[in-house]
Design a protein around this ligand. Structure first.
Ligand code: PGA
Ligand code: MG
Length: 259
């Protein structure tokens, strides 16, 4: 049985491919972010931040996260916290942030959400090629996908630094659709945030949002979408088998090693 919230999804015209967000959709990375940002702030001699601030700031790329957290920490330390003050610390902050993130990665703090592995397996069994479109930088996303084994399910990864434009701009999604050889209208975006929905809608892709992700701290159903789901396994169950006469771009069949 389909969840009632996914009935619109079952009625969508022939989905031929799937694009997946990463943070908040496939993997719960909050512990990694907390570790990396804690390391960064300690190295810079600034007060720590809290999990809620991190959770509501995730999803717009590392630079946005680091700038936001820096500004708050400077304010908490009663220091100037305008753009110039943040900029003065930014380069060093990014360096120590990445070092902290590498350390978190080596401790395997990331957790694959329930229903993801089964869901990806079911989507693959339906003949749907998949790619990841995340705002996370590639140097953080690639090891995470390798460590969790999720890279084995997807054709390729577009990260926050693959192009000059990132979500909510539709550009990375349009590039992914072109590489998969599937029109946007037949490519389903699965994400956890307003950023994913805006990018999908601007690209002309249908979009389903997960209820468990970050969404900048807002309830997900405040964001317009074609469906809302509690797991990727539920989304997979609501999608029909891919039509057999599909002509996917053979370039899409890159091995996971090309991530
Ligand atoms: O902001 C980030 O680093 C990642 O965000 P995304 O995987 O949800 O696009
Ligand atoms: Mg996300």
């Amino acid at each position: 049985m389909h969840s009632p919230d996914l009935t619109r999804l079952a009625a969508l015209p022939g989905i031929q491919a799937v694009l997946l967000d990463l943070d908040g959709t496939l993997i719960d990375t909050l512990d990694e972010f907390e570790h990396a940002l804690g390391h960064m702030l300690a190295e810079l001699g600034l007060p720590g931040t809290d999990r809620h601030t991190i959770a509501v700031t995730i999803g717009k790329g590392s630079e946005h996260l680091v700038r936001t957290v820096l500004a708050r920490a400077l304010r908490a330390a009663a220091r100037p916290h305008d753009e110039a003050a943040v900029q003065a610390l930014f380069e060093r902050a990014m360096q120590v942030y990445f070092a902290g993130y590498d350390d978190a990665a080596s401790q395997h703090m990331a957790k694959v959400y329930p229903g993801v592995r089964e869901g990806l397996q079911a989507l693959a069994a339906k003949g749907l090629p998949m790619a990841i479109v995340t705002n996370k930088p590639g140097r953080l996303a690639r090891p995470l996908l390798a460590a969790t084994g999720l890279d084995g399910w997807v054709q390729f990864l577009y990260s926050g630094d693959s192009f000059e434009k990132r979500k909510p701009d539709p550009y990375p999604l349009l590039q992914a659709c072109a590489r998969l050889g599937v029109p946007p209208a037949q490519t389903l975006m699965i994400g956890d945030s307003r950023n994913d929905a805006l990018a999908a809608q601007a690209a002309g892709c249908p979009v389903v949002l997960l209820r468990y992700g970050f969404n900048h701290g807002e309830p997900i159903e405040t964001v317009a979408a074609d469906g809302y789901a509690d797991s990727i396994a539920n989304i997979a169950a609501a999608l029909p088998q891919r039509a057999p006469n599909h002509h996917a771009n053979s370039n899409a069949n890159a091995s996971p090693a090309s991530l």
